[in-house]
Every structure is written in structure tokens, then in C-alpha cells.
Unconditional design. Structure first.
Length: 569
């Protein structure tokens, strides 16, 4: 691509334009350049505002050290609010590492890094104090790392050790917490903080750990009071949730019958019993079950043992005497024993009651009446019949699980809803608008794109096309101000006219012509004679004029052909 030729063509094109077209082109170029400059400046300003947080929640001392280091390194920064320092996004991590390498920001809590360097000559008391400081610092860091906590400080009281058990004092601790704005600690979180501190110190119990906020108010100090408050809140939420569910059920079941949800109002009140009861129940089965059975049987048969009898004396002491016989006696023994053990079956049940039980349910339902057109064309309100109200009451009872033994109550009333009555009044404008929207609403997404296309097409036809045509059309060469080449004064024109008229009459009389002569032809002849005189007197200027006319005529023919081709295409 030859840029020199392109520049030459653009220069020639610009020279051929008239003054108005030149002003339009210059104004357009200035507007485009101004818009580009605006975009560049806006982008640069947006980049300057594209900052990210370097450090937040800084103390005043640490913030001063950070700013001093940033100014030393020549890093741009912003302070949107107290304790927050921002730098450009693409420099956050690099600057953060550089600043941290300088030991900034300095943490207010020190941990076990105290023992990284050992000092000669330190006593046992110094080591104990260092250990206590390190332990407090580590616990403060741990508690401060929790989500809702902005800063924390832990103080531990370690009593002196004693050889006497009766004089032993348990350790204690206190925790001061500052929460993030808009956040609060729950009871479980406070309990967790106490457990963390108690588990890190020997012989420390959670009961000896006290937690206070930045205002000095104890957190979960009473314990039972806070638990009771949370339990009451839980019970209220439980009651409201169930009542809302019952109301929605009533409205959903009556809305198709009444006409809409706006024509039904239901309010339900449930009386809950939140007392939880647990019971132990033992049941004995009257049917006996044999657990074990034992049988024992003894049997003996034979002669009895011989016995010596007689008169006490020598003979009886000596034993049986020969010649004296005794007949042996026969013996038979039998014994049977059976033992049966029975077991009584027993069932033990531990029953715990639910979180809440319903004591009583009361429901109040208000429904709208009917509307019918009257003779004058307006909508007339018609109350519902007692049978309809009774049927509605039955539906409500079935929806809430009505139980007469609990003392449940259901009230159904019929009233005129004024807001609904106003909507029921016939309105030609509203009906027309609603009908129009009912037909238009499904095609609204398509209409948006069609409207956008029409706007673009109108802009193209009415703005872009005419402007391009005006820019491409051949401008009329402006003649320089001054004396024209061919100019006839009025007196000269009249004298020449009279002279030629007389000459024409003489010629016609000599030739015998009586037709009326034409003034246009006479003017043409006069101009022709004048042109001949000018051509003879000013030959060079006349030649330049003829060349200009020929060039303009050829350019006009070319432009006309180009325009015709565009219209055909």
C-alpha cells in the first residue's frame, strides 16, 4: 500500500469539498479524537482506582510504619478508611512480601518465638514469665483467627505451686474479645473459646475462663439465662412457623373456591405445650415361661445290716454265739425329686416426649362475597349463604386437623373486601389495557429486539446514508469573487439589442422576409458575437475557461456513472 498516493488522493478529495463539508469533516474528526482521549483518560483513572487491600485492621502505629515503607519504596497507596491500606492490584503480593520482610506490621502478641534467642544469665523466674507471655500470645492469636473476632487478648493467672493439696488454687483466665462490626458470637462459639483456652493450660477448667467483649460486658456469664433466652426464641420461631403453615394451607384450599388468594384472610393461633416429659414403663407378661427344670431320682434295694442284740453281758459283748441263728431282713428304697424354675417376662420402655405438643388450635377465617353485574352495569356485592359458610368451615377444620376434645375452635365470617370491590368495578380503560397486555406480554422479548432493529435501520437510512451521499457528491466549483469573464451592462445590452434589431429588419426587408424574429435567438447571436470578441482579445483566459468546463463536464459524467452503479447494486 502506497501511503503517498493515499495522502495525495485524500488531499485532492478534501480540496474538492465545499466549505460546509470541510467543517463537518473537521468537526467529526475532533469529536472522534476527543472521545478517544476521554476513553484513555477514563481508563487510566479507572486503573488508578483499581486498588486492592494490602493490610486491614491495622493499629495506628502499624499503619504509620506501613505507609512509611511504601513511601520509601515509591509505591502508590490509598487509605479508604481507618486501619486499611490499599495499593494497586498488580502490586499487592509483591509489596506485601517486601513489607513483611521488614517485620511490618508488628504484631502486638508475641508467641513462642521468644525462645528463639537465649540470653545468658536468665533466671528461672525470667523463663516462667517468658513462658506465660508466649502462652498468652499464642492463645490470643488462636482466638483472633476465628471468623467473627477482629482482635482478642488472653490473660492467664497461674498460681504458685504448693505441696499442700488443701492449699492448691486452680488457675484462671480471662479473654477480651472485639468482634467485627455487624457480627456477634453465639453461645456455642463462646463455649468453644472457653474450651480452647482451658485445654491449653494445665488444670484449667472452662468454668474458670471468663469472656468479655470490648465494652466490658460478660459473654455467657450467667449461662442458664442465655440458654433460657435462646430456648424462648426457638419456641417462638417454632410457634410462628407452624401457624404460618396452617394459614397457608387454609388460603390455598379456599382460594380456588373464593376466587383468589386476595379474597381470603386466615389467622391461626396454636397453643403449644413445650414441657418435655420422659417416663419409664415396665410391663410384665402374665404368661409364665419355663426358664430351667431339674429332676432327681434315688432308688435302693437289698438286705439290711446285721445287728447284735441280747442281754447285756459278756455274751452279747463277745458277739454272735454259735448255735444261735438270726434271719436277715430285706429292704427296698425309692425317691424322686423334680424342680422347675419359671421366669416372668418384663418389658422396660423409656419414653421421651416431643419438643412441643399441641394443646389447642383456634382459626379465624374471613372470606369475600360474590359479585354480579346489576341493571345499571355496576358490580353488585352478594353475601354468601350460611350453607356456603358451613361448607367452608368444614374445609378449614379438615385442613387444620380439628379436634373437639382439645377445645379447638374455627370461626368463618363473610365480609365485603373494599379493595377487591374497587377492582371488580367495570373500567373500559383498565379492561382494554389488561387485554392489550395479555396479548402483548408473550411477545415482549421479541418486540424489544424488533424495536432495536427498527431504530438502527432508521438511523442508517436517515443519518448515515444521506451523510455519505453528501460526502461523495461532486461539489460545484465556486467561482472567485470579481469581474465575470462575460458581462454585459444594461445600457450596452440595450444599444446592442436596438442595433441588431435595426440590422435584422434591414436584412429581412432586403431579403423579403416578414416573419417575426425571436428574442432568444437575438440574445444568442449577441452573446456569440461577444464571445468571439473576447476570444480574439483574451485568447489565453478563454482557453483556460474552455479547459475547466471540459474537465468539470467529464468529472460530472464519471460521478453520475458511479452513482448509477451504486443504485443498481
Amino acid at each position: 500500500m502506497n501511503f503517498k498516493d493515499l495522502a495525495t488522493q485524500l488531499t485532492k478529495l478534501y480540496e474538492r469539498l465545499n466549505r460546509a463539508q470541510k467543517l463537518v469533516i473537521v468537526g467529526t474528526l475532533l469529536a472522534v479524537i476527543g472521545f478517544i482521549v476521554f476513553l484513555v483518560l477514563y481508563t487510566s483513572s479507572s486503573r488508578n482506582s483499581n486498588y486492592a487491600v494490602l493490610f486491614d485492621h491495622l493499629s495506628s502505629k502499624d499503619a504509620a510504619l506501613v505507609i512509611q515503607e511504601l513511601e520509601k519504596e515509591g509505591v502508590p497507596y490509598k487509605i479508604p478508611r481507618d486501619g486499611v491500606v490499599e495499593v494497586p492490584k498488580d502490586m499487592v503480593y509483591k509489596v506485601r512480601i517486601n513489607v513483611a520482610s521488614q517485620g511490618i506490621p508488628k504484631e502486638s502478641h508475641v508467641g513462642f518465638e521468644l525462645f528463639d534467642t537465649q540470653q545468658f544469665g536468665s533466671t528461672d523466674f525470667d523463663q516462667k514469665v517468658k513462658f506465660l507471655r508466649a502462652l498468652e500470645g499464642e492463645l490470643s492469636r488462636t482466638v483472633q483467627s476465628l471468623q467473627p473476632i477482629e482482635s482478642a487478648s488472653v490473660h492467664i493467672a497461674l498460681p504458685k505451686e504448693s505441696v499442700f493439696v488443701s492449699k492448691t488454687t486452680p488457675p484462671s483466665a480471662s479473654v477480651v474479645i472485639k468482634t467485627v462490626e455487624g457480627m456477634r458470637l453465639t453461645r456455642k462459639q463462646i463455649t468453644g473459646i472457653k474450651n480452647i483456652v482451658a485445654a491449653a493450660v494445665a488444670n484449667l477448667t472452662p468454668e474458670n475462663v471468663k469472656v468479655v467483649n470490648e465494652y466490658g460486658e460478660p459473654l455467657s456469664e450467667g449461662g442458664s439465662d442465655e440458654i433460657g433466652g435462646e430456648l424462648a426464641k426457638l419456641q417462638i420461631d417454632y410457634k410462628n412457623r407452624y401457624e404460618s403453615a396452617y394459614e397457608k394451607k387454609i388460603v390455598n384450599i379456599l382460594a380456588p373456591i373464593i376466587g383468589s388468594k386476595d379474597r381470603v384472610v386466615a389467622k391461626v393461633s396454636i397453643d403449644f405445650d413445650f414441657a418435655q416429659r420422659s417416663s419409664v414403663e415396665e410391663r410384665y407378661d402374665p404368661e409364665n415361661v419355663v426358664r430351667s427344670e431339674q429332676s432327681l431320682e434315688e432308688k435302693k434295694e437289698g438286705a439290711s445290716q446285721e445287728q447284735v442284740g441280747g442281754v447285756p453281758g459278756a455274751v452279747s459283748n463277745i458277739g454272735p454265739v454259735q448255735g444261735i441263728e438270726s434271719a436277715p431282713a430285706k429292704q427296698k428304697y425309692q425317691k424322686s425329686t423334680t424342680t422347675t424354675n419359671y421366669e416372668i417376662s418384663k418389658t422396660v420402655s423409656n419414653v421421651k416426649g416431643p419438643f412441643a405438643s399441641i394443646r389447642r388450635v383456634t382459626a379465624a377465617v374471613v372470606v369475600d362475597g360474590k359479585y354480579a353485574p346489576s341493571e345499571d352495569g355496576k358490580m353488585e356485592y352478594l353475601p354468601r349463604s350460611p350453607e356456603e359458610l358451613e361448607d367452608i368451615a368444614k374445609l378449614v377444620k379438615q385442613a387444620i386437623g380439628f379436634d373437639a376434645r382439645r377445645g379447638d375452635e374455627v370461626s368463618v365470617s363473610n365480609f365485603k373486601f373494599e379493595s377487591v370491590a374497587e377492582q371488580m368495578e367495570p373500567n373500559a380503560y383498565k379492561s382494554a389495557v389488561s387485554t392489550f397486555y395479555s396479548y402483548i406480554e408473550p411477545i415482549v422479548p421479541v418486540l424489544k429486539y424488533l424495536l432495536l432493529a427498527l431504530v438502527l435501520f432508521f438511523f442508517y437510512k436517515k443519518v448515515i446514508v444521506p451523510f455519505s451521499e453528501r460526502m461523495l457528491e461532486i461539489p460545484v466549483q465556486e467561482t472567485p469573487e470579481g469581474e465575470p469573464v462575460l458581462r454585459l451592462d444594461e445600457e450596452e445590452h440595450e444599444s446592442l439589442t436596438e442595433k441588431f434589431t435595426e440590422m435584422r429588419k434591414k436584412v429581412e426587408e432586403q431579403l423579403g422576409l416578414s416573419e417575426e424574429f425571436s428574442e432568444e435567438e437575438l440574445k444568442y447571436d449577441i452573446l456569440l458575437e461577444k464571445v468571439k470578441e473576447m476570444a480574439e482579445e483574451k485568447t489565453e483566459e478563454f482557453a483556460a475557461l474552455i479547459n475547466a468546463l471540459i474537465r468539470d463536464e467529464s468529472d460530472m459524467e464519471q460521478n453520475a456513472a458511479t452513482k448509477m452503479k451504486k443504485e443498481i447494486s
